[in-house]
Design a protein around this ligand. Sequence first.
Ligand code: 5GP
Ligand code: ZN
Length: 114
Amino acid sequence: MADCLFCKIIHKEIPSEIIYQDEDLTIFKDINPAAPVHLLIVPNQHLASVREMESGDELLLGKMFSGAKMAAEMSGIDQTGYRLIVNNGPDAHQEVLHIHMHLLGGGKMKHPMG
Ligand code: 5GP
Ligand code: ZN
C-alpha cells in the first residue's frame, strides 16, 4: 500500500528502529513508547485490521504471536510478563490502518484494563 506508514517502515522508505525482520514479519520500536519495552509486531503483508481478515490469513496472524514471543525473549521480559494488544477500529483508537500487535512490558501494568 503506497500511502501506508507501516508499509513504508517495512520497506525502509522511512526510518525506524527495526529489531527483527524476516519474510513474514517486521518488529520495530514504537516511536512513542507507553512502557519501558514497547515494540510493534507487524506482518509484512498489508492488512488493515482484524475486520479485513479473510480465510487464509490465520497462519500469518498466528506468526505475530510467535514474533511476540521471540521479541519478548530478545527484550528480556519473557519471564516478568508482558501485554499484547491489537487495537481495532475507532473505539480502540487504532491509528495506523495496517494490522499490528503491541508488545508492552518491562514494568508492572495497570489492572484492570480499559
Ligand atoms: P495504534 O493506535 O494504531 O494501535 O498504534 C499505532 C502505534 O504506532 C502508536 O503506538 C504510535 O506511537 C506508533 N507510531 C506512529 N507513527 C510511528 C512511526 O512513524 N514510527 C514508529 N516506530 N511508530 C509509530
Ligand atoms: Zn501497510
